[in-house]
Write a protein that binds this ligand. Structure first.
Ligand SMILES: O=C(O)CCC(=O)C(=O)O
Length: 330
């Protein structure tokens, strides 16, 4: 077929030719989900078969730093559809919690929307969605977790499997951040919790608006016996839609990263970040659900209002099945 646009096509806005991302008839549902999540439309799943869309650039020219930057990882023709699909279908949270320093309690309002799926290595989800012990394959006692772990929906599991192939690592957790605009952010931190084990690999995807990803070396501990290492320079990467950063080796132990607030170009648009990780022990599961689901309300994308709105189950809205029901890959 010729690539030339016909006269007819010339007068129609190109946008109107694009089919809307159709919702799949199949869904992932689980007793822990507020509502089912449709499977990825075939057009997106098929295109993901071509990922990674570009070879990675290695960034390892600084002390203790080992990064791969794929620009992009997600093929260009489905980046926008995947972003819109995930923003439309996921349930999000705006988590609040308190920290105590000495006698002073401070309330923290997480400055972005979050959601999380997965369970640590000591448990896994059976085909019926129930939690089983990895060692014994027996049901996990009801009081094992304070939180209610959620299996990865099919739409994230597809991406997890492809990412595992690229990274040569396995992942059991997926954290999702939605930055509604340039005012949403994540402050400097490292993903170096003990429940991730030594030298954890973390694959981090960007979809939607461009944002800066800042990195700086942790202050070196003062040591009389060891010679001073060469000074590490701070790093700024511009993350675009479809990019993936694989952080590995000694990166988390030694470097901090952040997404600062943004003004100017792209600051009015939303961005989704997806990270795949592997938690080894129960503490990881408790931590991730506490800080990414919490105990507050649910938010869902409202396409008319073009913003996240508070979501409540209403009569007639799809409800999760009884505990244990699941259709993960059906
Ligand atoms: O949004 C990003 O790119 C970074 C997210 C992040 O650092 C995290 O979730 O720990």
């Amino acid at each position: 077929m010729s690539n030339k646009r016909t006269l007819d096509g010339f007068f129609k806005p190109a946008e109107s030719k694009r089919p809307k991302i159709e919702a799949s008839q199949e869904v992932s549902s689980h007793a822990s989900y507020p509502y089912p999540i449709p499977h990825l439309p075939c057009s997106i799943t098929d295109a993901l078969g071509f990922a990674p869309a570009a070879e990675a650039k290695a960034i390892n020219d600084q002390p203790d730093l080992d990064l791969l930057h794929f620009q992009p990882y997600i093929p260009k023709d489905v980046q926008a559809d995947l972003f819109k699909f995930l923003r439309r279908e996921f349930f999000f949270y705006r988590v609040q919690y308190t920290i105590k320093r000495g006698s002073i309690q401070t309330q923290i309002n997480t400055p972005r929307y979050t959601t999380v799926f997965g369970v640590d290595e000591t448990s896994y989800f059976g085909v019926d969605g129930s939690l089983l012990e990895s060692k014994t394959k027996q049901p996990v006692p009801k009081d094992r977790y304070k939180c209610m772990p959620r299996p990865l929906p099919q739409c994230l599991d597809v991406l997890r499997k492809i990412t595992e192939g690229t990274a040569g690592e396995t992942f059991n957790f997926c954290l999702v951040n939605y930055y509604a605009n340039g005012n949403d952010s994540i402050s400097y931190h490292s993903d170096d919790e003990r429940f991730l084990g030594p030298n954890p690999a973390i694959a981090s995807f960007s979809l939607g608006a461009k944002r800066d990803f800042l990195m700086k070396h942790k202050p070196a501990p003062m040591s009389m016996s060891e010679p001073a290492k060469p000074e590490a320079k701070p790093l700024k990467l511009l993350l675009a839609s479809g990019d993936m950063i694989l952080m590995r080796g000694t990166t988390q132990t030694n470097w901090l990263h952040s997404i600062p607030k943004r003004k100017g170009a792209d600051s009015g648009a939303g961005r989704i970040n997806i990270t795949f990780r592997k938690a080894l022990v129960r503490g990881g599961t408790e931590n991730y659900y506490q800080y990414n689901v919490g105990s507050g309300g649910i938010f869902r994308w409202d396409n008319k209002k073009q913003e996240m709105v508070s979501w409540k189950a209403t009569e007639g809205s799809p409800t999760p099945g009884p505990p244990g029901t699941v259709s993960l890959t059906a």
